[in-house]
Write a protein that binds this ligand. Structure first.
Ligand code: DNO
Length: 409
């Protein structure tokens, strides 16, 4: 596997010089300053590529080349936006970048309710609570039909009984304006802007914006969203073939429908669908072990075996699901994902894939640095050390030479 790291560009507080010291070989990044839907020019791509190469690393993966909402819901300007997308792909290929991570999640890129949930060891992690999410949906977003949907809620993939509406009322009794504000920040602001999502930290009315975004999907069913994904993929595949671009969709995080919106990359059934709907090796998967392991329906190891050959990029992270279905991020050596086995499978079946550790604990002075949610330095570095150990061990087992980047050989 190629050891990569998600870096947010020249303004990232974590510098490439720091990454060099911890064995990073490849960078995962995007042109974060270009508004979604605009063409990435060759000059802009070259500038960033050369900057990265100046540190002895390569730009391995684009995460993400954003797919605009209009392409997802099938708006009138989608063909223009798809043409722009194709142009960006051509320009990236001309600059030698061939792996493109994107997602097809409506409105919200990824969702968590708590970004500083304490771990027993004193560090903190990201956390998803169904009742807090339902509170946001019913009492803050005020979505029509939300209460009825939550009344018949079943925890995805688990056989547990949960009266979410009663839990929401309990929460309501102790909710303060500060707590409400924090929920909004966590669910639709702090997790979104920095990944080129729809809502940014400086948006003055995030809730109104969010409601408008939701309304774009009125009447869009799962089947329709699938058709729109097929339309997009079919349109870009000729360029991908011509330029050798590997598209890899990121699974939905969390991998189940939220806020009445359809989700179409949540399970083996979904992955089978999009891989066969456009059956082309350039149409592949970002194997995000974290997102997949947050769904109790998913057997992550089995999925890795099944999809290794169509995987172009790997995110290593693991989730712990509590008995009531809430989930948090686990250690990279624990949780549901079984990262040791995943590394073994990918090194055997598709060696050399770019891999980044995903999300890390917030530890020591990470919290005071203002890093993007989930993207701490020390916590991710700790995970990167663990994963490098796994990789070196697995490579030894398989007779693959492990590169101890940055040292005398
Ligand atoms: C969150 C990330 C996602 C991911 C996008 C890919 O931590 O995994 O934001 O980058 O969904 O398009």
């Amino acid at each position: 596997m190629e050891k990569t790291w998600r870096w947010f560009g020249k303004k990232d507080k974590i510098t490439l010089a720091m990454l060099k010291q911890i064995g990073v070989e490849g960078i995962v990044t995007a042109l974060h300053d270009v508004p979604n839907g605009e063409v990435w020019t060759r000059e802009m791509i070259r500038d960033l590529r050369e900057y990265i190469e100046g540190f002895g690393m390569r730009w391995s993966v684009v995460e993400s080349l954003p797919v605009c909402e209009s392409i997802k819901y099938g708006g009138p300007d989608r063909d223009v936006l798809i043409e722009n997308y194709k142009e960006s792909l051509r320009n990236l290929s001309a600059e030698g970048i061939h792996t493109i991570c994107y997602n097809f999640m409506p409105v919200l890129d990824w969702a968590r309710t708590d970004l500083e949930h304490p771990n027993p060891n004193g560090t903190t992690n990201l956390y998803f609570s169904y009742s807090e999410f339902a509170y946001f949906d019913i009492y803050i977003a005020g979505r029509e039909g939300a209460r009825e949907e939550w009344a018949s809620f079943k925890v995805p993939g688990l056989d547990v009984k949960r009266d979410i509406l009663a839990e929401v009322e309990e929460l309501r009794a102790k909710m303060t304006p500060e707590m409400e504000h924090k929920l909004v920040e966590n669910i639709i602001v702090r997790t979104q802007g920095f990944v080129s999502g729809n809502i940014r930290e400086d948006d003055e009315h995030p809730i109104e914006l969010f409601r408008q975004l939701l309304s774009l999907y009125d009447g869009i069913t799962k089947e329709q969203l699938r058709e729109n994904m097929r339309y997009f993929l079919e349109a870009i595949m000729p360029v991908c073939e011509e330029c050798g671009m590997n598209m890899c969709v990121h699974p939905d995080d969390p991998p189940f429908p939220v806020l009445g919106l359809p989700r179409i990359v949540t399970s083996a059934e979904d992955i089978n669908w999009f891989l066969s709907a456009v059956d082309n090796p350039h149409n592949g998967l970002t194997f995000c072990a974290g997102s997949l392991s947050a769904g109790a329906q998913n057997d992550v190891v089995e999925m890795a075996r099944r999809y290794a050959s169509r995987t172009h990029f790997v995110h290593l992270r693991s989730c712990h699901i509590f008995e009531n279905g809430d989930f948090t991020e686990a250690s990279h050596l624990g949780g549901r994902a079984d990262i040791i086995e995943l590394v073994r499978i990918f090194e055997k079946e598709n060696p050399g894939l770019p891999m980044r550790v995903d999300h890390g604990m917030t530890m020591f002075d990470d919290a005071s640095k203002g890093y993007n949610a989930g993207y701490s330095f020390l916590g991710r570095m700790f995970a990167m050390g663990q994963v490098q150990g796994i990789l070196a061990t697995v490579d030894r087992e398989l007779g693959i030479e492990y590169k101890q980047t940055g040292f005398y050989e």
